[in-house]
Design a protein around this ligand. Sequence first.
Ligand code: 13P
Length: 246
Amino acid sequence: MSKLVAGNWKMFGNKAMISDIKKIDQHCKEKTCEVAICPPFPLISAAHEQTKNIKIGAQNCHININGAHTGEVSAEMLIEVGAQLILVGHSERRQDNYETNDIVKLKSEAVHRAGATAVVCIGETLEERTAEKTLSVLQEQMLNSLPESVTPINTVVAYEPVWAIGTGLVPETDQIRSAHAFIRGFLASTYGAEAHNVKILYGGSVKGSNAKEIFSISNVNGALVGGASLKSDDFIEIIKAASNSM
Ligand code: 13P
C-alpha cells in the first residue's frame, strides 16, 4: 500500500507560506508517496490553485451541508474550494471544542456524504496509557466515531497519542506496532477483508530524523505531521523517508 504523508498546519500559516506548499508540490513531481497538506481554511483555495501533485485538505467541518450555523463550514464548501480530505476528531478539537465520539462520527459521515476522505483521529492521553487503558480507549473511539460507511477510499485512521503531540516524545516502536496492529484488527473485524487497505497513519512528533524508523513499523501506512509540516525542507525529509520505505 502506498504511504500517505499528511501535514496538519493547525492554526499556523499565511499567504506567504503558499510558496512552501509550491516547493513541496514541486518535489512531488517525481514519483513519491501520497502527500497532503491541511492548511487553515482561508489558505485552502490558493493552496489548491498552486498545486498539481499533492492533495490539499481541511482540518474540520460541520455536520450539515448548510444552515444557520454562524462561523461554521461544511464539507461540501471545503470540497468546492479544493479540499480532498478532511481531518475529523483531532485531539485538539476533542479537547478545545468538546467534540465527542458521536460528533466525530457525524462529521465523518458528513465528509463521506460530500465525497471526500475523512482522516479520523484517535489516541490515548498519558493518564490513559499509564493506567494501561490504551487499547480500550482506541476501541471505544473507533467503535463510536467510525461510521458504517467506511471504505479504504473514503477513510484514513490516524493514531495520535495525545502525549506525543507537539512534545517531542515518541512512543517506543513496540507501542506503535501494537496500537496499529490493534487498529487493523478492529477495522478487519468490523468492515471485513477490504479494511486491510484502509490507511493507518501515525502522528505525534514525527520528524525527518525519526520518520524512517516509524515507517518501517508494520501497519504504519504514513504519518500525520504537525510542527515539521510547517517548514518545507523538514516536511520533504519525511516525504523522502516515506517514499523510500515503499
Ligand atoms: P506534531 O507533529 O507537532 O507533534 O503534531 C502532530 C499532530 O497533531 C498532527 O495532527
